[in-house]
Ligand binder design. Structure first.
Ligand code: GRF
Length: 214
């Protein structure tokens, strides 16, 4: 039985596309069962339809508060019986109930070398700090925003003439490498969340997760 994956997104879905491209082989251990968006105009929904994947739209604007939306979202997700839920540019802060419900089977990707630059505008903040290196991180989601145990990070050197846009483009390319990798590890049963953090093949990962330098 392949690992059943539900992807949540709000935007372009280039990370979804990378997951689709890497998981199209019939012997792939992961199967993207459904893509769910809170925004009707999310291009990621079109990408999913183009790949023959079920889609669902659940607009948060129709709900009275975060808890009510998250409860409806959980019911929708659980209808697809996921082994893994993948946040791929899902622009919502998730309630504690939601995060606890999917503990150990909820992954996120963030465009910085966490724990640096949680939240938004990460590329600009890395440039303003004069960092020589920037990058992206895949992590298990816990109740601390952008703070869960790290699985894999890709390091991108910062060039002296980089702008937030050029840096974002290079980081994005790395996101498309490390997210499919982390999902494959999970689907193969190699990656899991232990008491103390992320484990790969039963061994604790370093605090930074598995580190990839380009
Ligand atoms: C990515 O930068 C990801 O790190 C962040 O949201 C963005 C999603 O991009 N969480 P895309 O929609 O996958 O192109």
């Amino acid at each position: 039985m392949p690992c059943n994956v539900v992807v949540l997104l709000s935007g372009s879905g280039s990370n979804l596309q990378a997951l689709i491209d890497r998981n199209s082989a019939s012997d792939s251990p992961a199967r993207i069962r459904a893509v769910i968006s809170n925004r009707a105009d999310a291009y990621g929904l079109e990408r999913a339809k183009g790949a023959g994947i079920d889609t669902a739209l659940l607009e948060h604007t129709g709900f009275d508060g975060r808890e009510a939306f998250d409860a409806a979202l959980m019911a929708l997700i659980d209808g697809f019986q996921p082994d893994l839920v993948v946040l791929a540019g899902f622009m919502r802060i998730l309630s504690g109930d939601f995060v606890r419900h999917y503990q150990g089977r909820l992954l996120n990707i963030h465009p910085s070398l966490l724990p640096k630059y949680k939240g938004l505008h990460t590329h600009q903040r890395a440039l303003e700090a004069g960092d020589a290196e920037h990058g992206c991180s895949v992590h298990f989601v816990t109740e601390e925003l952008d703070g869960g145990p790290l699985v894999v990070q890709a390091v991108v050197p910062v060039a002296t003439d980089d702008t937030a846009q050029t840096l974002a483009q290079r980081v994005h390319l790395q996101e498309h490498q490390i997210y499919p990798l982390a999902v494959r590890w999970f689907a193969e049963g190699r990656l899991r969340l232990g008491e103390q953090g992320a484990l790969l093949d039963g061994q604790p990962l370093a605090a930074s997760g598995h580190l990839i330098r380009s």
